[in-house]
Every structure is written in C-alpha cells, then in structure tokens.
Design a protein around this ligand. Structure first.
Ligand code: ADP
Ligand code: UDP
Length: 336
C-alpha cells in the first residue's frame, strides 16, 4: 500500500509541556492557549541539505520579527506574538497552524525563476501570491488554492482572509523596507487559527523567510547570503536589524482594499425578478436556459488603517440590515 504523506503541522499535535524542535525554532507548549518560541542559531537551506550554526542569528531573527510584528499590529494585522520572554524567546498564542505557506513576490527570484525560466530581478506588474504545502516530506510543493480548499488543507474563508492579509502585509512592508533602502523581493507567511476560529499571522518574519536587496541592486541582506555563500550572513541580518530599529516611528500610507458583498436569495425562495430575466432571455432565443436568479452586489472600498476592526464589522452579524437572513445568503469577497 502506498504511504500517504502527511501535511500535518507538527506543532498542531503537541500537548501541554511538550516540545517540538524544528529547523530554526523550538516550540514549547505552556497550556492550550500559550506556547514559547525560541529562535535558534541554526541555518538550513535546500530542504535541510545545507546547514550551519551562526552565533547571534536566533537573537537577530527574534528582534527583527518583534519589530515587524509590532509594526504590523499597529496597522491592524493580528499576530500571534504576546510578549518577549528573553533575547531569543517569545510567548505566543498557541494556534492550529494552516499547513500552507503564503508566498508573496514583488520581483522574480528563487523557485519562481527556476519554475518559469525567468531572469532574476524582474519587477512583477502586480504582487503575486503563491501557496505551498508545508511538508518537508513532499518538499513543499506549489498548490493551486482551489486544490488546497478541495483537499481540506484550508477553508475558503481562511484562504480569502490569508490572501487579504498577505497582500496588505506586503504593502506595509514594501514601504518600511523602502524607507531603509531595501527592496522587498519576496517573503513567506504562515497563519494559524485560535480556539475561537480567529486567524492570526504566526511563525516568524525575518531575513530567513524573505528576500531583501539593497535598493537598485541585487545585493542580498537575507538567507541568500548563506544559501549562495555570498558573505557573512550575520552581518547582513545585523544591517537589517540596525536600520529597522532606526525606523521605529515610520508611518506608512494606508493601502486600500475592496470588499464585495454578494447577496443572493436562498435556494428554494421564489425569485420573481429571476423569472422575468428568464422569460426575456428565453424570448431572445436562449432556450437552453434552465434558471435565472437575481442577486445584489455591494462594493466597498476600505482604507486599511485598522483592518481587524474593519473586518469585525462584517463578522459580528452587525451587517444583517443589508441582508434579510430569512430569505438571503451573503458571501464576502476581498479584493486588493
Ligand atoms: P520547521 O518546522 O519547518 O523546521 P521551525 O523550526 O521554524 O520550522 O519550527 C517552527 C514551527 O512552529 C513551524 O512548524 C511553525 O508552523 C510552528 N508555529 C509557529 N508559530 C506557531 C504558533 N503560534 N502556534 C503553533 N505552531 C506555530
Ligand atoms: N521561504 C521560506 N520558507 C520556505 C520556502 C520559502 O521562508 O519553506 C521564503 C524564501 O526565503 C523566500 C520566499 O519564501 O523569501 C520565496 O521562496 P522560493 O519559493 O523562491 O523558494 P527558495 O528558492 O527560496 O527555496
């Protein structure tokens, strides 16, 4: 019988006081809502084939993650970080991690270049989102969102919100890094869900999980320095940390996003308008038409100054005045 590869995130099965040692971090569960994350000095690349330990790397990644999460929290992106315990350790929310990595790209690099035969450093017309399965065993394959949803790796709502957050994180980080003279080429995000079903940005946000180039060049200030033996990786990370510290008060321009609220009559509810449309189209010769139903779209443009609060308006049932819940269903689609 063929072995079914697992796409279970290892930390999802940890009980109280249990520990998981990953490639770059150690996770220790405190209780069902809290865990500790310790950043290690270990560096790995190429599916764990290339390995090294660099003193101070854990400290730098912990500090950089903390600065970037604090910045994103200020813009209303919920993150798992609760508090810093020591130089390399955080207390964070224990989440059920989605077994999917969200990668955003602004320029071509890495696997994107290899997969599509592109030259490195092409500016993409619009940021691109790619999903990958989080599985060492399967070598993190690219996955189409509809397949990830169909296979039950993520729900449609988790995908929609993860996509919105990822694009907005990109808008905020592009501005911050540009301010300190770096180009954000690409990065990877992970999300997890708490016991109430709320989605948080989780894991880390550091030069281990992003590509940063000195503006106008392809000089790396990230893990590529280690991957490609391009110099002293700690010096590169120190540079990022030093300039991020100086940018603590940086205020980004808030991006905008759109919400499309699709309102439809429930199945089984008689749709008089739909019947009129059906008669008219049939008269025009569309004799194959089986059914026509008429709904409503409400398009909203929102300034992303406090995304979490903006979205709460929709999740707490307060928008029911727009919908007649007895006869209508609604669906939210985000557009960035
Ligand atoms: P890997 O597992 O790929 O070797 P790491 O060494 O970075 O990677 O391990 C950290 C693990 O902790 C990852 O599997 C990550 O998904 C998981 N994780 C990160 N944040 C949380 C969280 N808040 N709750 C549960 N698991 C988390
Ligand atoms: N990335 C990551 N963890 C992964 C895969 C990718 O942090 O398991 C980051 C990587 O550092 C880069 C971006 O996601 O910033 C895109 O990576 P890519 O798909 O190009 O893969 P790579 O060639 O870097 O392995």
């Amino acid at each position: 019988m063929q072995k079914t590869p697992s796409v279970q995130v290892p930390t999802n099965n940890l009980a109280k006081d249990e520990e998981y040692e990953g490639k770059a971090k150690i996770i220790r569960v405190l209780d069902d809502q809290n865990l500790l994350i310790k950043f290690k000095d270990d560096l790995t690349a190429f599916d764990g084939v290339k390995k090294a330990t660099k003193k101070g790397k854990g400290y730098l990644n912990a500090q950089i993650t903390k600065i970037l999460y604090a910045y994103l929290e200020k813009q209303g992106i919920p993150t798992h970080l609760i508090e810093q315990i020591n130089e390399t350790t955080f207390r964070a929310k224990k989440l059920r991690m989605l077994p999917i990595e969200f990668v955003i790209r602004n320029y071509s690099a890495g696997s994107f270049v290899r997969r599509y035969g592109l030259s490195k450093g092409m500016k993409l017309k619009k940021p691109v989102l790619e999903l990958f399965v989080k599985s060492d065993e399967l070598h993190d394959p690219l996955i189409d969102p509809s397949v990830a949803i169909e296979l039950g790796f993520i729900t449609r709502d988790e995908y929609e919100l993860g996509k919105l957050y990822s694009y907005l994180v990109n808008e905020f980080l592009l501005q911050l890094f540009d301010h300190i003279g770096l180009t954000l080429v690409d990065f990877k995000l992970e999300y997890g869900v708490d016991h109430e079903g709320k989605l948080y940005l989780a894991d880390e946000l550091s030069p281990d999980s992003m590509r940063l180039w000195k503006k106008g060049t392809q000089e790396s200030f990230d893990k590529d320095v280690f991957r490609e033996d391009k110099g002293e990786v700690i010096q590169a990370y120190e540079y990022v940390y030093k300039y991020l510290q100086k940018a603590k008060d940086f205020q980004p321009t808030s991006p905008r996003f759109r919400i499309h609220l699709l309102i439809r009559l429930k199945q089984g509810i008689v749709d008089a308008e739909g019947a009129v449309v059906k008669r008219a189209l049939t008269r025009l010769g569309l004799t194959q038409l089986n059914e026509a139903r008429v709904g409503k779209i409400i398009d909203l443009e929102i300034v992303a100054t406090n995304i979490e609060r903006s979205l709460e308006t929709f999740s707490t049932g307060r928008t029911e005045f727009l919908i007649n819940p007895l006869i209508e269903n609604s669906e939210i689609i985000f557009d960035v």
